[in-house]
Design a protein around this ligand. Structure first.
Ligand SMILES: Cc1cc2nc3c(=O)[nH]c(=O)nc-3n(C[C@H](O)[C@H](O)[C@H](O)COP(=O)(O)O)c2cc1C
Length: 223
């Protein structure tokens, strides 16, 4: 697969087949993805990967937590700035509307939207759930390194026929996640990622998210 094919075919997949992912393959991807660049070669990404019994145990704990008390843990970072402004606000709104239209949930049905969103906390049924953490003393440059690592991993997954969905929503339950993982206090959760084989028959996986045009985000000088 060409890099451009991997880039074009990657999308956030939110329904997975019940088909296991081999540890050998996953280790290969996560190791190779570490060829991603990082400022000063700090390689600040720290991962925990769950599958099989460990993932089931974790899902159970999360289910119980959500049933008992769905309020979030104290947040360690904000997923979006407060009062998101244009054009970002509309972009966020658009992708949400497109997704709920595909799964047939109208805007007014807030409960159904919340129930759908809660699938995030099942890793959308994926056979693998990954968490990406970082030393909390790291700053924005190192956080951007995480993005480079994660996108490299997602593209390598495509090369092997696998799909993924990065998930910031886990930051709402950062304590529960860290506790389950036994991750030390100095590590902070950035995001989760569902990994597995896409369920091609699922409507939600046909979400073709839009992009702003090149000239809306890039200026060229001196050409
Ligand atoms: C860091 C990060 C966190 C994300 N968190 C979530 C999430 O919690 N739940 C979700 O359904 N999608 C999540 N997404 C997926 C975005 O909604 C998606 O990337 C965006 O709409 C573009 O769509 P595409 O990935 O299909 O190209 C996240 C994406 C990124 C990069």
């Amino acid at each position: 697969m060409k890099v451009s094919e991997a880039v074009r075919s990657r999308l956030s997949v939110r329904a997975f087949l019940d088909k296991p992912v081999s540890l050998h393959m996953l280790r290969g991807v996560l190791e190779l993805a570490a060829r991603a660049p990082s400022g000063g070669n700090l390689q600040p990404w720290r991962l925990h990967v769950l599958s099989g019994g460990a993932l089931e145990e974790f899902r159970q704990i999360v289910r119980q937590r959500l049933a008992r008390d769905p309020s979030p843990d104290p947040l360690e970072y904000h997923v979006y700035p407060a009062n998101l402004w244009e054009p970002y606000r509309t972009q966020r709104f658009r992708v949400g509307e497109m997704m709920y239209a595909l799964v047939g949930i109208p805007r007014e049905d807030r409960d159904a939207r919340l129930r759908w969103f809660a699938k995030n906390y099942e890793f959308f049924g994926a056979p693998v759930g990954l968490f990406c953490l970082i030393d909390r003393k790291m700053g924005p440059p190192q956080w951007s390194d995480l993005g480079m690592y994660l996108q490299t991993a997602m593209l390598l997954l495509r090369e092997r026929g696998l799909s993924s969905c990065p998930q910031e929503c886990w930051s709402r339950y950062n304590r529960a996640v860290r506790e389950f993982l036994g991750a030390p206090e100095e590590l902070m959760l950035f995001c989760g990622m569902a990994i597995g084989y896409a369920d091609e028959s699922s409507a939600v996986n046909r979400l073709d998210s839009e992009r702003i045009s090149l000239d809306d985000f890039a200026s060229f000088h001196g050409f």
